[in-house]
Design a protein around this ligand. Sequence first.
Ligand code: 13P
Ligand code: SF4
Length: 324
Amino acid sequence: MFNTALVDRETTHPGVLPLDLFAAIESLKKELNAVILAHYYQEPDIQDIADFIGDSLQLARAAANTNADTIVFAGVHFMAETAKILNPDKLVLLPDLNAGCSLADSCPAEAFAAFKAAHPDHLVVSYINCSADIKAMSDIICTSSNAVKIVQQIPKDQPIIFAPDRNLGRYVMEQTGRDMVLWDGSCIVHETFSEKKIVQLKIAHPEAEAIAHPECETSILRHANYIGSTAALLTYCQNSPAQEFIVATEPGIIHQMQKLAPQKRFIPAPPINNCNCNECPFMRLNTLEKVYLAMKNRTPEITMSEEIRLAALRPMQRMLEMSV
Ligand code: 13P
Ligand code: SF4
């Protein structure tokens, strides 16, 4: 519901944030015919104001199916770019343009073009956590929830390059028995977990189940009772009879886990150092204030050349077809 006090405050104090950001964002949603899509790693307030929360695949599907004129993407740059690839005529806003991704950055376009040229017979399967330029050089996109399924559909005699995440690539190789040429990229968040501290937690909580995202290193995955995408981890926690979980992924997802299973206990897997480095510094750049300002000012907007968009769209569409 729109609060007229907000209008007055905006008029009399230009640049001052409204007192009730939730109400102001709701009002802007109507004004812009906007939808707010949020990843599970966003701060709780953003998850609570979002129209749709999901993992990368669910968010890509939501972006493909929305009738809104404006997509406010509360996530990182490659996710908002994906929404723009699928919706060239919509205004796509990212609350903080600096919300990048260490994994996407670990695969620069020029170096990847040379890598691809060195493996001319290979089909390129790229994890969605990459730039539009890398998508444009790929044959099929995948996410952590459909990577195994997609690789299984590729003929066995077809050599494959998998980029950019070496940990997810290794996990897919194990699950499918396929050999793949891996790009040597990784996520700083999922490589921060301490194997020693996870083992100590398992000893201290013998009934707890360890769950992990496949972007984690093999040394962490081998202690996991269950491995899956953020959405799969969420479903697993709801359905498992276990009452305690050690969660080896970005702890933002614990907000939804706790909402869906309030009686259960979720322990974030600790990082090696005494730091908050298990929180994604890029995802956390988005705040409720920035969501409001992006909608109010219609910026920062995601743009790209039509040539790159069309080239990146083809492997995205293949993914959506192959993961129904
Ligand atoms: P999913 O949402 O596909 O599980 O990916 C996690 C991630 O790291 C997103 O950046
Ligand atoms: Fe990128 Fe890792 Fe952050 Fe996901 S958690 S957005 S892969 S840096």
